[in-house]
Design a protein around this ligand. Structure first.
Ligand code: ARG
Length: 418
């Protein structure tokens, strides 16, 4: 029997991946099984399944992966404080390793020797998907039609027309977007001018500060081991909690991010994000860490967060390095338990209160009022020792290194008050 080979294609239902179904059949002579994931944005999976079969897939599979996405990808990133270049909470980047994992699993179940995705050759997503697939399944071939075909946008439309693939005009937009529960990424069009303010039509999840309610809204988030477990006193699962927070914070205009970003492939690009829940949760989580962790632990966590974010962004999710970082993070989060009160108002989400049974704040030590238990005399001895190396070196350098021309002046010239 001479059976046709099979490929599993990550299918969104959009034009690119619909054209890809046909293109793979023609260019590679393979049967195409499509796989569509819902990462928490309530996609119309039935409609997408029908469209996949319409454009010629031999089988169309769908999976609701929202809970897995939260448990295995979003929460680890939140615990780690992973925010790329202090701006981007990594929604798209976190979705890619999960897509790769499900592609590989499905390919094995279906007896396919290859997986396919709709990424172009310019972005980060191709890097993330390819590296993840090859790490999980070195034997798997990868087909990336949009990286391989040499069609312009117009030629792609013509190809679609010739093959009877309907262009869904309702989904047409001047931007290229990607969405999942953790956020929405927006690129292209007028956004490619970094001097131009993003127009309102680029946003879909957040109100502008001007249109946001004139009254602030207070919310309370309870954390255990570094992840939220309740919102306003109600215990909730991760996905519904994030979804509700996206709505609430988005209504107040919280979570708009405008970022000049360094892509893995060396390009700087202008990226717009909407991530109301991610922004609020990272701020609340950091506030709780500030309350429960010591200074050296907080300083080291900043370094870990930086590397964790780069690791996710760079597509190295399934690496030993990640496992090592995650082990430290998990251990650090044992004390990150408590409640944070946030105020949402006109585009800002700020912490206004925090409490924790592991809190290191002691009123008796901090107070300037009655009941002060801090030993003021101990401060004198502390200061003498704390400043000792600096005082010693200043004396030594006065004679040993008097020429200051090669050293930055840390202090202004002597000033004589009149
Ligand atoms: N720049 C972001 C990232 O690399 C967003 C990418 C958006 N991807 C997309 N296919 N539209 O994670």
């Amino acid at each position: 029997m001479n059976e046709k080979g099979k490929v599993v294609l990550a299918y969104s239902g959009g034009l690119d991946t619909s054209v890809a179904v046909k293109w793979i059949q023609e260019a590679y002579g393979l049967d195409v099984v499509t796989l569509t994931l819902d990462l928490g944005t309530h996609e119309d999976l039935d409609r997408i399944r029908r469209r996949a079969l319409d454009v010629g897939a031999v089988k169309a599979l769908v999976v609701d992966a929202a809970d897995v996405f939260v448990e295995y990808f979003i929460w680890p990133a939140l615990r780690a404080g992973a925010v790329y270049e202090r701006a981007y909470p990594l929604a798209t980047a976190l979705g890619r390793p999960l897509i790769a994992k499900l592609l590989v699993d499905t390919a094995r179940q279906e007896g396919a020797h290859a997986v396919a995705h709709g990424c172009t050759g310019k972005g980060n997503d191709q890097v993330r998907l390819d590296v993840a697939v090859k790490t999980l399944a070195p034997e798997m071939d990868i087909i990336a039609p949009a990286r391989e075909w040499k069609m312009t946008r117009q030629q792609e439309m013509d190809y679609a027309a010739q093959h009877g693939i309907k262009v869904d005009v309702t989904r047409k937009s001047p931007y290229s977007t990607d969405e999942n529960l953790w956020g929405r990424s927006v690129e292209c069009g007028v956004l490619e001018d970094p001097w131009a303010e993003p127009p309102e039509d680029a946003f879909a999840w957040t109100a502008s500060a001007a249109d946001a309610p004139d009254e602030p809204e207070y919310i309370e988030i309870d954390f255990e081991k570094g992840v939220p477990v309740a919102l306003n006193g109600r215990q909730m699962g991760g996905a519904p909690l994030i979804e509700e927070l996206n709505h609430t914070a988005g209504r107040h205009g919280v979570g708009r991010i405008d970022h000049i970003e360094d892509r893995v492939v060396g390009i700087k690009s202008r990226e717009l994000y909407e991530a109301p829940a991610a922004v609020v949760l990272h701020a609340a989580h950091a506030a709780l860490e500030g309350m429960t962790m010591t200074r050296p632990a907080l300083r080291f966590k900043e370094v870990v967060s930086l590397h964790y974010a780069d690791m996710i962004y760079d597509g190295l999710w399934f690496s030993k390095f990640h496992q090592d970082l995650a082990a430290y993070v998990l251990s650090s989060q044992q004390v990150v338990k408590g409640s944070v009160r946030m105020k949402l108002f006109k585009g800002q989400g700020v912490k206004v209160g925090v409490r924790s049974e592991y809190g290191l704040y002691r009123k008796a030590l901090a107070t300037y009022d009655e009941g002060d238990q801090f030993d003021h005399r101990a401060a004198l001895g502390f200061i003498a020792l704390h400043g000792l190396p600096t005082r010693t070196q200043a004396q030594v350098l006065k004679t040993a290194l008097p020429d200051e021309t090669l050293r930055p002046r840390l202090s202004p010239p002597e000033i004589k008050p009149k």
